[in-house]
Write a protein that binds this ligand. Structure first.
Ligand code: NAI
Length: 335
């Protein structure tokens, strides 16, 4: 099959080419995101392959369907960036990589937590300057803390297991319980109780209409003063303005982000010699107790290999059978 690959980085080419060895698809790589300005590049491709910040709304799906595209292969787990109802309407099948390495994201989540708590980001800069003073670097033991996990699917469950190893009390909120988590003593609670009891809150639910701005002013009001908040899921789970207010009032003690609601214009590009135009993001960068990474939680070689293999497998299955087990259907959106 001939596939137009959007938002391509050098590492995507390497892993997709390796995974394609025994499949024989023809990949054409585009560095640009798919947008109304670049959508014409998709013309003539029966399949396109996109990433997290490629937005396919109804009008874009209409266009690609008219151009002959029948398959959209997401090389990620989340699918909030595609209008699934419109895809169905225009006869475009959407497939994704439901699980590649929950460990990659879970381990990065804990990395952000440890960096914030032990101020490793500040210590690194100090030591390079020859400053070995410890003032300002005081942390706390994670052992014995209460950790609230919102969303205990594949990634949330891995976070639970790691935090269990640290000796934490584990609380969780999900629309369905995960027996694997219950087995290690995770206690499911209401969101309000989780907010009130947790020293550390970490988000692992998908972005849906129900979870949009889950962490808003009201949610923050219910949290403990000095709470640690980590988001490695999707940016729009957090109302960034509310969180900035929470940081200024010191309600939030630490904030770790791998995702940001307006990340599409920032992340995955080298903008180091440009002026950041997003004032909200720029404000976040000024806090000493905020650590942001640019959507890299998934970025391990294990994950990239699995993403590429599943993506190529999805395309082959669709080409052969006209259906694919990893199809994202409209009824799954809120699940
Ligand atoms: P999953 O589908 O295995 O788990 C998601 C869990 O969230 C499920 O247990 C589901 O019941 C729960 N959930 C759904 N709606 C909810 C609600 N309203 N309230 C509470 N819980 C709810 O997904 P997985 O693989 O664990 O991924 C979680 C999220 O992580 C993805 O949706 C994606 O947005 C994000 N992600 C981020 C990456 C990164 O590089 N930063 C990489 C991969 C995924």
């Amino acid at each position: 099959m001939k596939i137009g690959v959007f938002s391509t980085k050098s590492y995507d080419r390497v892993f997709l080419a390796a995974a394609n060895k025994d499949h024989g698809h023809e990949f054409v790589f585009f560095e640009v995101r798919i947008t109304p300005e670049t959508v014409s590049l998709a013309k003539g491709f029966p399949a396109i392959c996109i990433f997290v910040n490629d937005q396919l709304d109804a009008s874009m799906l209409d266009t690609i369907a008219q151009h002959g595209t029948r398959l959209v292969a997401l090389r990620c787990a989340g699918f909030n960036n595609v209008d699934l109802a419109a895809a169905k309407r225009y006869g475009v099948t959407v497939v994704r990589v439901p699980a590649y390495s929950p460990h990659s994201v879970a381990e990065h989540t804990v990395g952000l937590l440890l960096t914030l708590n032990r101020k490793i980001h500040r210590a690194f800069a100090r030591v390079r300057e020859g400053n070995f003073a410890l003032d300002g670097l005081l942390g706390f033991d994670i052992h014995g803390q209460s950790v609230g996990i919102i969303g205990t699917g594949r990634i949330g469950a891995e976070v639970a297991k790691i935090m269990y190893g640290f000796g934490c009390h584990l609380l969780a909120h999900d629309i369905r319980r995960n027996p694997e988590c219950e087995k290690i003593g995770v206690r499911y609670t209401s969101l309000s109780e989780l907010y009130a009891q947790s020293d550390i809150i970490t988000l692992h639910c998908p972005l849906t209409p129900d979870t949009y701005h889950l962490i808003d002013y009201r949610a923050l009001d219910q949290m403990k003063p000095g709470v640690v908040l980590i988001n490695t899921s999707r940016g729009a789970l957090i109302d960034t303005q509310a969180v900035i207010k929470g940081l200024k009032s010191e309600k939030i003690g630490y904030l770790g982000l791998d995702v940001y609601e307006e990340e599409a214009d920032l992340f995955f590009e080298d903008l180091s010699d440009k002026v950041i135009q997003d004032d909200v993001f720029a404000r976040l960068l000024t806090f000493p107790n905020v650590v942001i990474t640019g959507h890299q939680a998934f970025f391990t070689k294990n994950a990239l290999q699995k993403i590429a293999e599943t993506t190529v497998g999805n395309i082959t299955e669709f080409e052969r059978d006209g259906v694919c087990k990893n199809e994202v259907r409209v009824e799954k959106v809120t699940g």
